[in-house]
Design a protein around this ligand. Structure first.
Ligand code: ADP
Ligand code: MG
Length: 711
């Protein structure tokens, strides 16, 4: 008699309830896991694999050997007298063995006559019988009992639920895999696949579900990880190809005269790193293709003049440029330094922040729209508000380390000509780990600003417990006496506002700006000129305080992380971070980067609260270990996971199912290169040969990458 299920022809879309042995309960459990058809089932990969030793028949085991045995418990006994122990008798079809666990009386609640277990241990003789003392043991799941596994094997362990346990997956998949795999058509062309020594998709699934060796698993994994990375890279490159074909940006002029003109504004010799990055940017900006470039350089590497150079290129071609900073303070500072550099020039500069309101704001907006203003410096709000430009050629987004990729997109609708978008430069002082840069920002070109401007001295970093704060401030006092200046940073202002990490709660022990200011004024720094600066002060007050600090009329600033990015005062040589355990690693590195900008050796002291968490200790240790921002970024990624970086979540970068970094870096590079070439050859994947990969791509990334309308 033919089983009706097997009599039918299966396809990959055959519903799971039509597969053999799938009961109503199982089918419902599968559906709850979004496994609805055969393809879903085959794609349900083991979350891990377990190596299982070969099992012996009890009749075959001999004294002194380490054995694995499975059987049924027939008798148990808890012995309290003497040395407490739990004893059990285990039977298989061939014989009997005694088990004994010392000091584990609780086992009597778990192992009963009738229990089916697998045990492992070394065989002793006890009188006429064989015995194993303190064996390792595990349940044999109900329904998974079977003949003795005489060979060691690798068992897949599946993501499972109560109604659909791992062994049921194993059994179901085993029963369908031979018929399912031939239905899978590989979306990679054969030659292409063989050149990369990858198994076919069907083979990869076979090896994942039924590996014979660890090598099998590696091969299977390589193929599936490669697929995952290739599809993402194809999507990203396809989108970028689309932008290049349909949108354009103003092609800017660049020649010796312009170059000299711009350089005349820069009061120092550019570092080789700056020269290199400027060359890369200038080459981008001369093309009518919208540039999309990430400029990463460590804190203090000198990114601002690089941005200025790009902005002045726009101005030289009679276009506009915008520079966006994450905070008002920073926008103000950029405005000041750019104004200083452009003193005497005819360029018109505007500072547009939330503090500019009413008629002033309207007038400024009109000036921008009519092209009367050449350079606009503002906060990131410039992006989100309805600022229209006359002809925006260059948009620089500075210190971008905490906002989403999608925000870049809003710049697209800024110019009157809706096919024209500005060249975009994103500058980050929190270098993004290379992995993430390549994956999330697959559509960005990357320039790395290497080296620091000359004359910097390395910063020493110290971690101190709160009990020793007095020593720290005595040291600070000493250095202030010699004319140096200090930043003292606290996580909160002193009322309700909290800048803490989510993991931290504002319990006692948190010191705030206002109370620190008070304590220092009355105690350790009495007589020194101290001021507080934070986001609650209005712009004029902040500017006044910063000016006085810059010109040396203030000895120490007690601040929130408002000074985290960009603030540049070379005479400030001391950074004290209170409650340092409350800050993220990248943030600590940013804060430390506020010092070490002059010739005097700088010090960063992190004061920890009474009992920092292990996570906090790891962050502080990493900070003390290096001043290399790239190393810190990698460490931060390791400690926090990728979700927190640059809106990684919005960018959809986190949900890799299989790929892991840095482990799969080589596959990522391969996939990236392949995707690049592929899209160059076939920009829309519209040829017949690309039909399969294209439909896979649309299915996986069509929506999230907005590819649907591209095609
Ligand atoms: P960041 O990359 O952190 O934004 P900045 O652009 O603020 O760094 O530069 C840090 C400091 O280094 C500033 O005071 C700037 O004027 C100075 N600087 C930048 N480039 C050079 C250079 N080539 N030579 C000397 N000083 C420089
Ligand atoms: Mg900067």
């Amino acid at each position: 008699m033919t089983d009706p299920a097997t009599a039918q022809t299966w396809t990959l879309t055959t519903p799971v309830e039509e597969l053999p042995g799938v009961t109503e309960i199982r089918a419902a459990a599968l559906r709850r896991m979004e496994i609805r058809c055969l393809a879903h089932l085959i794609a349900h990969l083991p979350s891990r694999h377990q190596y299982e030793e070969a099992e012996s028949a009890i009749a075959d085991i001999t004294v002194g050997r380490l054995v694995t045995v499975r059987g049924e418990v027939t008798d148990t006994r808890a012995v309290r007298a003497g040395r407490a122990r739990f004893e059990a008798v285990l039977l298989d079809e061939t014989g009997r063995i005694d088990l004994c666990w010392f000091n584990m009386l609780f086992l009597q609640d778990r192992i009963h006559p009738g229990s089916k277990i697998r045990i492992q241990g070394k065989v002793n003789r006890r009188g006429p019988r064989l015995q194993i003392i303190n064996p390792k043991w595990e349940w044999i799941p109900e329904g998974a009992e079977g003949p003795i596994n005489r060979q060691a094997h690798i068992r897949p362990i599946y993501p499972a639920t109560e109604d659909m346990p791992s062994w049921a997956f194993e059994r179901l998949i085993t029963s369908v895999i031979d018929r399912a795999l031939p239905l899978i058509v590989d979306h990679l062309p054969d030659d292409f696949r063989k050149e990369r020594a990858l198994p076919t998709l069907a083979e990869a699934y076979r090896l994942m579900h039924q590996p014979q060796t660890m090598e099998d698993l590696n091969n299977a994994r390589r193929r599936l990880v490669y697929d995952e990375l290739l599809l993402l890279q194809l999507g990203v490159h396809m989108k970028r190809a689309h932008v290049r074909r349909t949108l354009h940006a103003p092609a800017l002029n660049w020649n010796n005269a312009i170059d000299e003109h711009i350089r005349a504004r820069i009061p120092f010799t550019l570092t080789p790193g700056q020269e290199e990055v400027i060359r890369e940017i200038a080459a981008d900006l001369r093309k009518p293709t919208p540039a999309n470039r990430l400029i990463q350089g460590d804190v203090g590497a000198g990114k601002t003049v690089v941005a200025l150079y790009a902005m002045l290129m726009a101005a030289a071609s009679r276009h506009q440029a915008a520079l966006m900073a994450p905070t008002e303070l920073l926008a103000e500072q950029h405005y000041d330094s750019v104004s200083r550099l452009l003193r005497g020039s005819t360029l018109r500069l505007a500072l547009l922040t939330g503090s500019v309101t009413g008629i002033d704001r309207e007038r400024m907006m009109r000036g921008i729209a009519q092209g009367e203003i050449d350079l606009v410096i503002g906060t990131h709000a410039l992006l989100t508000e309805s600022v229209s430009f006359h002809s925006l050629a260059v948009a620089v987004i500075d210190e971008q380390h905490r906002f989403g990729v999608h925000q870049r997109a809003t710049l697209r609708e800024r110019n009157a000509d809706d096919r024209s978008i500005p060249h975009t430069l994103v500058m980050t002082a929190t270098p993004i780990p290379r992995t993430l840069a390549l994956t999330i920002f697959g559509d960005l070109d990357i320039s790395t600003l290497r080296g620091l401007p000359p004359g910097r001295t390395p910063i020493a970093t110290r971690i101190m417990p709160a009990e020793r704060a007095d020593e720290v401030y005595a040291f600070v006092r000493n250095r202030l006496d010699q004319g140096e200046q200090a930043f003292i940073v606290a996580p909160t202002i002193g009322d309700d506002e909290s800048l803490l990490l989510p993991e931290a709660s504002p319990e006692q022990g948190t010191r705030d700006v206002n109370s620190i200011l008070k304590t220092l004024r009355e105690g350790p720094l009495k007589g020194k000129r101290l001021e507080a600066i934070h986001g609650r002060l209005n712009r004029e007050s902040r500017e006044r305080i910063m000016d006085r600090f810059r010109s040396g009329q203030i000895d120490a600033l007690v601040a929130t992380t408002i000074i985290e990015v960009g603030v540049d005062v070379p005479n400030a040589t001391l950074m004290v971070i209170e409650n340092a355990d409350r800050f993220g690693l990248a943030q600590l590195h940013q804060l430390r980067g506020r010092v070490g900008r002059g010739k005097t050796a700088s010090v960063c002291v992190c004061i920890t609260s009474a009992a920092p968490t292990p996570g906090a200790e790891a962050r502080l240790a990493a900070l003390a270990a290096t001043t290399d921002g790239f190393a810190i970024a990698e460490k931060d990624l390791e400690l926090r996971g990728p979700g927190d970086f640059i809106g990684a979540r919005q960018a959809g970068a986190a949900p890799f199912r299989l790929a892991e970094f840095p482990k799969d870096m080589d596959l990522l590079l391969l996939a990236r290169r392949d995707a690049n070439l592929w899209i160059e050859r076939s920009p829309l994947l519209a040829t017949d040969a690309d039909r399969l990969i294209r439909s896979r791509l649309m299915k996986v990334h069509g929506q999230s990458l907005g590819l649907v309308d591209v095609a």
